[in-house]
Design a protein around this ligand. Structure first.
Ligand code: ACO
Length: 335
């Protein structure tokens, strides 16, 4: 038995940074950013942390689902921007919610992560290992961005989205998932490695460690991106993946009510729309307001669609994510 989404929630920081505001930091302008990305504003953490945004989004999802925390038996948080390495953000969320019956773990698949968390829960449900799960995409990317790099700082932002999935005999689910580690250099951040090397008190093997340390420079500790490579990858692989999924499920474009795509760039979204031969009416966008929030983007959009009553019971949906790894995937569900 698979599961159905029975509640959603999201949280974005209050603080808004406009394109014009970014002109103070880098050589850019509002017109360039809107034209090339579609982004007008983004929300950026001040007092918030990734894990607290995750908790706030989760509380809203629990409230909508009318589910008590102790009913949750699995919590998965998708994040590449955890505030701390240990314990996991999922365990932190469990504690704050008092969801004491849940098994908890984090998952990092960058912008594809929320959908892979959804798929993971579906697989556990099908195997009978969980009944009521909380999945969250939470990202504090503003702390990982080099604010002097105009190629990245204009894109990324902060937020969290969550969903409650409950086992249901009528639930429908299918997916297509891919990864290509050979293209990993297109989107990187090597901080973890740098911090580890710096923290070691070297005695034996000192030469090796010093050599490793020299591989890294300050830029490696921020998100680095070959924008054009990511763009080419996304406009080719994401539509192919969605078409592969539709063929696998025996469904056509007209059978789908909504396509919820990762919110990276308006031009990427429009290119996907063209290639899967659908219309923009079925492909909502909120990147104008939030920028690219990585694995939080699909659940924030999902929550907006539910709360605006644009996504209703019985609607058929394809969610698709793509990002660092490189990774990409599409999943089919009936809401
Ligand atoms: N403001 C003004 N000019 C800029 C800026 C900026 N912020 N950034 C780059 N430029 C300049 C470049 O220096 C270049 O100038 P030149 O012609 O004098 O050399 C010119 O604009 C064109 O640069 P390109 O890199 O070719 O610009 P492009 O049209 O490719 O747009 C962008 C760049 C927006 C990053 C685009 O490549 C893109 O969106 N790629 C996909 C990125 C993405 O979506 N990443 C996330 C997906 S995965 C995930 O979400 C983690």
């Amino acid at each position: 038995m698979f599961g159905k989404i029975i509640g959603t929630g999201s949280y974005v920081p209050e603080r808004v940074v406009t394109n014009t505001c970014l002109e103070q930091y880098v050589d850019t302008n509002d017109e360039w950013i809107r034209e090339r990305t579609g982004i007008a504003r983004r929300h950026v953490m001040e007092q918030e942390t990734t894990k607290d945004m995750a908790v706030l989004a989760a509380k809203r999802a629990l409230e909508m689902a009318a589910v008590a925390p102790e009913e949750i038996d699995m919590i998965i948080v998708s994040t590449l921007s955890s505030d701390i390495a240990l314990p996991s953000t999922a365990c932190y969320v469990q504690d704050k919610l008092n969801a004491k019956n849940a098994v908890c773990f984090d998952l990092n698949a960058a912008c594809t992560g929320f959908i892979l968390a959804y798929n993971t829960v579906q697989t556990y449900m099908a195997a009978g290992f969980c009944k009521t799960a909380l999945i969250i995409g939470a990202e504090g990317l503003s702390k990982l961005v080099d604010w002097s790099d105009r190629g990245t700082c204009i894109l990324f932002a902060d937020g969290a989205g969550a969903a409650i999935v409950r086992a249901d005999e009528t639930a429908v689910f299918d997916t297509v998932m891919h990864a290509d580690g050979g293209q990993g250099d297109a989107l990187t951040m090597k901080t973890g490695f740098a911090e580890r090397v710096r923290g070691i008190d070297v005695e034996p093997g000192v030469e090796v460690l010093e050599a490793n340390q020299n591989i890294l420079n300050e830029k490696d500790t921020y998100i680095g991106m070959d924008g054009q490579a990511v763009f080419r990858f996304a406009v080719k692989q994401v539509p192919t993946c969605i078409l592969e999924l539709m063929e696998k499920c025996g469904i056509k474009e007209e059978d789908i009510d909504l396509f919820l795509l990762h919110q990276a760039n308006e031009r990427i979204v429009k290119s996907i729309v063209k290639r899967i031969k659908t219309s923009m009416d079925k492909v909502p966008m909120n990147l104008q307001e939030y920028g690219n929030t990585s694995s939080a983007s699909v659940p924030i959009l999902l929550d907006e669609m539910v709360r605006q009553e644009k996504l209703k019971k019985g609607d058929r949906v394809i969610m698709a994510g793509f990002g660092a790894g490189l990774t990409w995937c599409a999943s089919y569900l009936e809401f």
